[in-house]
Design a binder for this molecule. Sequence first.
Ligand SMILES: [Fe+2]
Length: 400
Amino acid sequence: MAKKKNKKFINKNFIRKNFWETDLSQSEFYNTKVHKSVFTDANLRNSIFKNSEIVNTNLTHTDLRGVDFRTSKLVNVNLRDAVFNNKTLWPKNFNPIKYGAIESKNFNPFSYKRKLAYKTVKSLSLKEIDFYKNKIKKKERLSKNSEFDKKIIYELTKGKGYIIIKDFYKKDFINKAEKIINKKLKKSKNYKKATINYEVDKINKSINFFDLLNTDGIFTKMIQPKIAMSAFKKLMGENFICTYYSAQCSIAGSRGQSLHLDYPYVSYNNPGDKIPIGMGSNDFLLSCGILTYLNDSDKKNHGPILLKGSHKFRRFPTIEDVKKYKFIKVKVPKGGMLILNTLMWHAGAPNYSEKKDRHLLVAHYTPSFVKLRMNLKGTTKKNVILKDKKENGILDQLLT
Ligand SMILES: [Fe+2]
């Protein structure tokens, strides 16, 4: 969190100012004008606003406990999920609940995103996959494939909980996929909404596309990368299925996710809840995932944060866990895949970039007896499935 703690701002004009995640606790604002600015996740605890005005500004998820706004004006502010208490003093006749704020006694602290401490892990490539880049004989490829199965199965069960295969897709192939998603994004109404105003609620900056299979044949290929499908058969049974498939676009400035696990879905996740005895404790998994990186990332604009080995805890993380553990930010280049045991704790990181959007293809797979999360078969055109069948793909199985 950027620190400006105990600051004094006098006669300042802040227009389109970014205070996202800034620690402004115990600060004082005198005769200050704040217009079209962003305070998302900022800590304003016990700050004072004297004779100031805050107009058209995003204060979502802001900590407003003990703030004194009494002599200031709040006009067209967005207070969605901002927290206040009985020591927060508002201007006369101002009702914070009307603007989306939550009283601290009704506030679920785990729903509040906390900044995760993390370090970057630089090289996690597999030497063994070099064969994919170099053209080698089919026979050798087959024997190597069983080696990969072993490696993937080991890492997802007894190992780190994930494995990275960098440069899995060739440049032209991944460029095409990226281009299609970019096009869809720029065309979407939500994108316009997400970028039209500087102070827009960050909730609009995470955009998902679910109709991939009907969009282009490239996504039929990307839902079934052979290297992973082969290992998944062994981990989740011959007839394992795909329960979730989407392109998750995190627009520049998007807020990121709370720490979570998706086992077998993201749907049950009370902090500290334990996974039932035996479930996920052996090599039979109820859910695996693949994240495919559609663009290159930089320091400000990277993919998810993970906790190595956390799939072995077999429970949902608590707030204490968030403070206790050092998470890692894995570097996966464009065209690479992160294959994971979804019992592992992870969170999509905020996109701090001012310009660069981030696109990830996310797919979740489960054994065939797990109830579907998305009706992929019902929403995919029949000819897409038939075409894949003719090409010996397993799309029909995956969507069943
Ligand atoms: Fe997730």
